[in-house]
Design a protein around this ligand. Structure first.
Ligand SMILES: Nc1ncnc2c1ncn2[C@@H]1O[C@H](COP(=O)(O)OP(=O)(O)O)[C@@H](O)[C@H]1O
Ligand SMILES: [Mg+2]
Length: 299
């Protein structure tokens, strides 16, 4: 254990694994003990959680839910190709600095320099923002697999020491360790170093029972029977060989549509007519339609 685990900065957020599960439930996120256990440990160990899994399985929502249930501020760093230090950590406000230099024309450079590299000219980006926050924070580093592997080093530095060094200002150290979630859609392997730093959580498509529960919680006005049918049909679609399987997001979109259309029970025919809500590739829709024609998928 390193130094950051000592001292008074740590405050335990959760009483037990069961408490995590119940609190998540209270904000509409349904979790099993595996997931709740990882969140519990992340808090106790002061370690970030790396959440991997297919799109639409609740990775982003998990971080949002943890923020909501702990009353913490959610700070989100959305990753993309080309993300760099100036967008992740901080940058200097060059425009304002230039203006100041003009105003101070004639002054000694050393004095000007002392003036323009101050707080006033600093633009804080999500990582620095999270480190500096005095209130409780959940930091979400979303879709980290989109950044170049070199950029991971930058994140790693922050996540190892919970500090950021700004040459002109000094080192900023977190006064409290934020709960950190990194998500990945698995488009590439992350570095060993980053993985080693994190607790690992794999999210997959839920069981029929869990998905039925999620639908019941998230879709107002849906009947238990319809939620059950929806969960079963989606499950059977996921067993087909498709380019992109329907995710929980699509299950929810489909459910909401069925409710809007006043449909109380889905059969193969209704499913076929609304497949475009579940599947996003023409070839997938065709393959599924064929299958729906051949068998009753509600079985
Ligand atoms: N365990 C869960 N409980 C409740 N809702 C969930 C759960 N998992 C996923 N969802 C819902 O599924 C949708 C997609 O989740 P999201 O977090 O955006 O997926 P990801 O980030 O993995 O692509 C969200 O609308 C979320 O509400
Ligand atoms: Mg997401």
């Amino acid at each position: 254990m390193s130094g950051r685990d000592e001292g008074g900065a740590r405050r335990e957020r959760f009483a037990s694994v069961a408490a995590v599960r119940e609190q998540l439930h209270s904000v509409g996120y349904l979790a099993d003990d595996g997931l709740s256990g990882v969140v519990y440990l992340a808090d106790r160990l002061g370690k970030p959680v790396l959440v991997e899994g297919p799109a639409g399985t609740g990775k982003t929502e998990l971080a949002k839910s943890v923020a909501a249930m702990t009353g913490a501020r959610l700070i989100r760093l959305q990753c993309y190709e080309g993300l760099d230090e100036s967008k992740a950590l901080y940058e200097w406000n060059y425009k304002r600095q230039l203006l100041r230099i003009q105003v101070e024309q004639g002054a000694a450079w050393a004095d000007i320099e002392e003036d323009i590299f101050t707080e006033e000219f600093l633009l804080t980006r999500p990582l620095l923002e999270a480190i500096r926050a005095s209130e409780p924070v959940v930091l979400l580093i979303d879709e980290v697999d989109r950044v170049e592997i070199e950029t991971e080093a930058l994140l790693l530095e922050v996540l190892s020491d919970y500090q950021v060094s700004i040459p002109e200002l000094g080192t900023v150290t977190a006064t409290q360790i934020p709960l950190v979630f990194l998500t990945s859609n698995n488009t590439r392997e992350l570095s060993e170093a980053l993985k080693r730093r994190c607790l690992y959580l794999h999210l997959d498509y839920p069981s029929v029972e869990r998905e039925r529960e999620i639908v019941l919680v998230k879709v107002p006005g849906i009947s238990e029977q319809l939620a059950d049918q929806v969960a079963r049909i989606v499950r059977s679609l996921r067993s087909l060989d498709l380019k992109k399987h329907p995710s929980i997001s699509e299950t929810l979109d489909w459910s909401r549509t069925l409710v809007l259309l006043g449909i109380e029970s889905v059969d193969a025919e209704t499913t076929r007519e609304t497949l475009n809500l579940l599947l996003k590739y023409r070839s997938d829709i065709e393959a599924a339609s064929k299958e729906l024609g051949a068998t009753a998928m509600t079985a």
